[in-house]
Every structure is written in structure tokens, then in C-alpha cells.
Design a protein around this ligand. Sequence first.
Ligand code: NAP
Length: 242
Amino acid sequence: MSAFSLDGKTALVTGANTGIGQAIAVAMGRAGAHVICAGRSSCAETVGLIASAEELALDFADPMAGTGIFTDRTVDILVNNAGIIRRDDSTDFSEDDWDAVMDVNLKALFFTSQAFAKAALAAGREGRIVNIASLLSFQGGIRVPSYTASKHGVAGLTKILANEWAARGIGVNAIAPGYIETNNTEALRADPERNKAILDRIPAGRWGQADDIAETAVFLSAPASKYIHGAVLNVDGGWLAR
Ligand code: NAP
């Protein structure tokens, strides 16, 4: 079997209805996995694009919502993709915008990962976790303080969970996407000055597509990456090299 195959594996992707999560779910399916498409919005469209897939309602308005989902299903690969962003000057940033982002991007990611690892360890099963981090796991950004804090946190959690679980059969890594054309970046693309400033700095000379991230998620879930642990891999058209 190819070292890049996910044949026989079940992958659960959070936020699989759109954007990067949808592209990852489709790529996982293409690589042979059965895919559980989890989301607060319907994932019917994504399920329709995959040979073997099912839908799971999962809303991180309660960041502990993922803790019960591994008791009655076997999952080999968890992709923590769901994430939100709120923009405001740091002088005006509200507690609501702080809590909402930290709950979805960081608290839900940790406790869903914990539940996944507990189930896998109890069953003596290997597992892989792929977290979706950000360039703002490394850089400060502008007007997105809770997003930056949460994504720095995602990088940190990726490393601590790898330290604790690598020898126990669970690989934990993250992808730091560059600027990708999704709902998340709509406001940036709509602002001609910000759009130009961003494009001018990307060595690849274009915004990323969700599909640019998807195959990296497959790689980090497949046997080919079995000795990679705790990595935060930037897939950014060269942005961080600049
Ligand atoms: P997106 O199109 O806005 O997708 C975000 C996903 O998260 C959607 O499926 C969304 O569901 C889901 N989500 C939001 N709140 C949720 C909740 N309470 N419960 C469950 N799911 C929830 O943006 P995207 O760019 O694909 O983002 C995916 C991930 O990539 C995020 O973690 C984001 O931070 C990260 N990222 C994106 C970029 C970029 O340039 N686009 C760069 C770096 C990192 P709804 O559709 O129902 O809102």
C-alpha cells in the first residue's frame, strides 16, 4: 500500500462544510478514508463529494461539544479545522470577541483532541491529529488579538500533545496556512490596499486555495509522515521565507 494512502482509516474533520475543512475532507476521501464531516452548518455538500462519508452535527458554541463524539464511533484521524476570527483595534477589543475566538479555536481544539486521544489509547489504537494553525501562530497580525493568541496557543498545544502522546502511538502536528481564499479572508480581499500589500509579499504571487492545504493534511495523516511529531508546517506560498 502507498505510504500516502488512508485506505481503511476513518477521518473526522471539524468545520467540513466549507473552505479549508471541506477541501481537507474531500482530499481525505480521495486518499481512501471514510470521512466524518462535522460542522455546525450542514455538511451535505461535502458528503456528496466523497465516496464514503457521513455528516455529524457539531457546534463549538459549546467548546466541550466534541468530548462525547468518540465514545460510539472509531476515528483514526482528527483534523481540528473549525476556527473563527474577529477583527477590532486592540484598544477596543471586547470580552465577547476574546471569548468566542478562544472557545472555538483553542478550548474546543484541546478538549476534542483529549477525547480523541483517550478513546484511541483505551482501545490500543494509533491515531493522528492535524491542527489548523495560522501564520499568526508565528506573527502578530493586526487588529486580531484573540485570533493571534489562539493560534499561538494552537502551535503550543501541538507541541505539548506531541511530547505526551508520540511514544503512545498518537501523532500530533499542525499546518499553518498562509493567506487562503475562503470566508475567513473575505474582508482582507475586499480591501484593495490590504489585498495588494498581501499579494506583493507572497513569493508564489497568488493567494492560496483551500486545496493547497488539503494534500498536506493527507500527508500528515498518512504513514509517510510517521516520524513527524510536533511540527507546525507552514503552507504559505513562501510568506514566512520573505
Ligand atoms: P471558513 O471558510 O470561515 O471556515 C471556518 C470553518 O469553521 C467553517 O466550517 C465554520 O462553520 C467552522 N466553525 C466556525 N465556528 C464554528 C463553531 N462554533 N462550531 C463548529 N464549527 C465552526 O474559513 P477557513 O479559512 O476555511 O478556516 C478554516 C481554518 O483555517 C480555521 O481554523 C482558520 O483559522 C484557519 N486558517 C485560515 C486561513 C485563511 O487564509 N483562510 C489562514 C490561516 C488559518 P460555518 O461555515 O458554519 O461558520
